[in-house]
Design a protein around this ligand. Structure first.
Ligand code: TGC
Ligand code: FAD
Length: 393
């Protein structure tokens, strides 16, 4: 048996590379390089100023084939689920806001149109969205209906051949910069989805400014005030609440990988710091308590990567169930936030500044813990899977 040369990295210790094929490694390296060159130099400023150059970034991400990258046709790259997951991991090592931009565009808005839209709607939006020239958002959550979207109040009623939409959607990523909003509404026949061009009269979006988390991401309220849409704006394949919930599986899958990117960046930052920061006459990485923290963080990171890759391989084999995505989202976000908090302690006071990425990741992960199903919702999904008894109500 060989021995690793020391010091080594968490990824080498876990042996991640051996679990990936050449194409997966190439995609991972390309996204990692882009994040290093394009995102890392500016992200702390964007975060502090509460902005992200979404339009410019979308075109760059589209040029790399990262938007709707696991979808087939319509200008999408058609990669494996694992490759998509690895891209999410590298993007979130930059910032959760960057991964959110890609998740919402590809896994929520584009996936909804790709899976449930008419051919006309797909042709109209998907190639432009894949290229990053059109931005999409996904409006499911409402001010009074977050974890329980079944109670949504946004309504769509028929008016001749048209539909009239009224309601408010809340906490919508990319909302104020979107060209098309996928909006879910209650009708007399059940929940339906609509691809709403955001220049339609009666549609407005208002940026939510007071965030302490995910600051490098646009989050908005959508208001639909007698928005008149033709029947062709409806997504004909979406005939129940199961349709928006199926889109969530796609974005949750990306988060299973993505959260580990934030965790890895925190862990690597803490490792670097521990090697150089001196106290009591030696590097703090030489103290047993610091080494125990680093070892435990690496264990949880490594277990998370193995779980993500296992779920990814199952998805590529067409064998992944939605409850299994909940296992990954619950575990990996929970452990990522624990890693971020532990890494922060290793950095001492420096850990609370924007000079290091750790506090930014920790703050971002608070949103990641809540969106795409809170940790409590995923716990209950797993509880239902094990007992057969839903405990949501
Ligand atoms: P329930 O009766 O269980 O289900 C209704 C119908 O939907 C089906 N279903 C699913 N289908 C596909 N995938 C899933 N994950 C599904 N979960 C349920 C179900 O089989 C049923 O189908 P059918 O044919 O029998 O009608 O529904 P419920 O009302 O009891 O709710 C279940 C619950 C709580 C799990 C669900 O409401 C839920 O997941 N709540 C959490 C809401 C949530 O995650 N919202 C996320 C909004 S989008 C977002 O946060 C974007 S963040 C930005 C970013 O990603 O960066
Ligand atoms: P609530 O549902 O009110 O929950 C509050 C607390 O009560 C949580 O801890 C929850 O787990 C708990 N709780 C609720 N019900 C139960 C129960 N039955 N048992 C035990 N505990 C329970 N939504 C979109 O549609 N599109 C987007 O693009 C989008 N982007 C977002 C971006 C950000 C930055 C954030 C923060 C949110 C975003 N969301 C988006 C909304 C997100 O999906 C919701 O915040 C989330 O689903 C939770 O809803 P809520 O905030 O209303 O919390």
């Amino acid at each position: 048996m060989s021995r690793l040369s020391e010091p080594t990295t968490p990824d080498t210790l876990v042996g991640v590379d051996r679990l990936l094929d050449d194409e997966e490694r190439q995609i991972r390296e390309a996204v990692r390089a882009m994040v290093k060159q394009r995102i890392a130099p500016d992200i702390a400023t964007w975060y502090e100023e509460g902005e992200l150059p979404v339009r410019d970034l979308a075109v760059e991400l589209g040029g790399m084939g990262l938007l709707g990258m696991h979808l087939q046709g319509y200008g999408c790259a058609g990669t494996s689920a694992v490759a998509y997951g690895l891209a999410c991991l590298e993007l979130e090592a930059g910032d959760s806001g960057l991964r959110s931009l890609v998740s919402v565009q590809g896994s929520l808005a584009m996936f909804a149109i790709h899976r449930y839209g008419s051919e006309e709607t797909k042709q109209r939006w998907l190639p432009e969205m894949a290229a990053g020239r059109a931005i999409g958002c996904f409006g499911l959550t409402e001010p009074d209906q977050g974890s329980d979207p079944a109670g949504m109040r946004t309504r769509a009623v028929r008016s001749g051949d048209d539909w009239i939409l009224n309601g408010t959607k809340m906490w919508i990523t990319n909302g104020s910069v979107a060209d098309v909003a996928v909006v879910w509404a209650r009708t007399d026949e059940g929940v339906r989805g609509f691809a709403v061009p955001t220049d339609t009269p009666g549609f407005s979006a208002h940026t939510i400014k007071s965030k302490m988390s995910l600051r490098a991401s646009v989050t908005s309220e959508l208001v639909l005030d007698n928005v008149r849409l033709p029947e062709s704006a409806r997504l004909p394949g979406a005939t129940s609440l199961g349709a928006p919930l199926s889109c969530l599986n796609e974005a949750r899958f990306g988060i299973v990988f993505g959260a580990l990117g934030a965790a890895r960046d925190c862990l690597e930052t803490a490792l670097d710091y521990a090697r150089t920061r001196q106290q009591f006459g030696k590097a703090i990485g030489g103290f047993q308590l610091t080494q125990a923290k680093l070892a435990d963080m690496t264990l949880e990171y490594g277990k998370g990567v193995l779980l993500a890759l296992h779920l990814g391989r199952m998805k590529d084999a067409g064998a992944l169930a939605s409850q299994q995505v909940s296992l990954g989202k619950l575990n990996n976000v929970r452990e990522a936030i624990a890693i971020a908090r532990e890494a922060r302690t290793i950095l001492g006071a420096s850990g609370i500044t924007s000079e290091y990425p750790v506090m930014r990741h920790a703050n971002n992960l608070e949103s990641v813990l809540t969106y795409e199903g809170t940790s409590e919702m995923h716990t209950l999904v797993i509880g239902q899977a094990l007992t057969g008894t839903p405990a949501f109500r």
